[in-house]
Design a protein around this ligand. Sequence first.
Ligand SMILES: [Zn+2]
Length: 583
Amino acid sequence: MLGGGENLIEAVAQIGKLALEREQKSTVDQLIEDPGYPYSLNILLHEKNDEFSWEGTEIEETSDDFRQYLFRNGSSRGTNYSPTARITTLSNTYQQKVLGWFKKVQRSGNSTNSYFSAIYQLLVDQQTSILAELEEKFTQLNDRAIISLKVNGQFLYDIPPFVDAFLFLVNEKDLELSAYNQVCSICGERKDTVIGKMSVFRFYTLDKPGFVTGGFDEQQAWRNYPVCLACKTFIEEGRRIIEDRLRFNFYGLSYLLIPKFILSPNLDDEDYQSIFQFLYSQDKEIRLQHKKAQSFMTTEEDILETLADIHNTLAINLIFLQKIQSAERILLLIEDVLPSRLKELFRAKIHVEQLLYSEGTHPFHFGFLRTFFSSSADKYFLDIVDSVFKKRSLHFPFLLKFIMQEIRKDFFEAESNPSFFYKVRQAIAVVLFLEQSGVLELKGGNAMGSRFDSLFEVFGQQMDTNERKAIFLLGALTQMLLDVQQSKRNSKPFLKQLMSLKMDERTIKGLLPKVINKLQEYDAYQRSHQQLAEEISTLFMTAQKNWKMSIDELNFYFVCGMNLISKVKEVLFTKEEATIDAQ
Ligand SMILES: [Zn+2]
């Protein structure tokens, strides 16, 4: 198996190739620029048996099809990539851009050498006459024009030596590191010219990929990776599309989404049509507003929901990048995610939203997770993102450490600030999402029959022991007391007993009688409270001797119970009614 880079470059080339095929553009077409001037002054040449003669000049409108002039602007002091040029002053342009071009291609050692030197000689010999004729026409025209050539009435675009020279010059820089008669790594064909070094993205060149994370072996990257000129064009077009359409923001980072077709796609297939429509529709912003698609990446739409509907004939690659001044660094590369996996993730997302939020109010996305991993914890944040896509299991205590850190920050203000509640709710959502997407182990079971079993089955898969369940329910009972305090005294002094959510086993065990006492003091110790307290003490009694739980874990289950008090009440009151009905 090769390292990550090759697979990625193939995917980029594939996107470019499909795009060009779809637009029916050739390799050359993609490189030609529109000169944007309304007229062309053409020098007309005649060729027979490699002998050239000058036939005159003509003026024509350029609006027809700009490609035929084979125009591509070079540096202002140098030549262009063909002898076609925008006229500044005729004699200068003729010297610098026309004669200059022929001089240059003769020097560059191309095999069509004699062809161009014959034309060059003619243009030098006839220079005075040609310029005189052109000057006259140009003065009459009194508008902007380009200068170009025709041979036997043919445009440069239709004359192979000019097209070859054009391609050669465009690729000249790369050709410094080229080889001849080699097999291209992308199309697998033996080609006259292949290049060994090209820059695919700013952070990635073929001879020195800038991968940092994701298993790319930098030592190996120096291997020769030959690419033919046609495939080079595909890579460039693919890169353009990806940068343009498939770059998304991601919490202070950005990511590129690169789909790769596993089977060669049938362009008429409906699945692919929708991808292409997304890839090539005109304006990303407009597109985002029109279609109400969703993603679990951010609140913004991206292409993931579209891709999730596609059978596993395609895989996606995700590259997460960080901008450091003008450079970009790869933080994470996730390769070969299948649509079936995306589907699982969307299912998990919907599951969480339905359980915890009323419809449509809080679409679940990675922002929930970001809440607990600030930008200084990018590495850990991306590590979890990686786990989610790859379905790699995550160590729960590791996650809890970050979650509790953040929750404790808001706890001081729990009395007045609702963000404590929302944060805990987000934490529960994250845990449920990770469970549902197979990243956190689904535990459950192992309990005495409890009336709250149904509740634990849904919300408490991590609460697989009686002590964990007891803590959760104690959290709920404590919240009930806090609500009573709030309504009777308009404050919640009991919060102080919770030790900034750093309670240990002893404190928790001692908390139950305190809560009961307080409720009695307020004359609010109702039947439902009593039932809940009984459940808690039974669970504590049947718990293991040694809890084997970190402080983070312990306090997390406690705040979950506080947060999900309404769900606990549901169980309490439905059961109570049922009992009353039965009597
Ligand atoms: Zn190739």
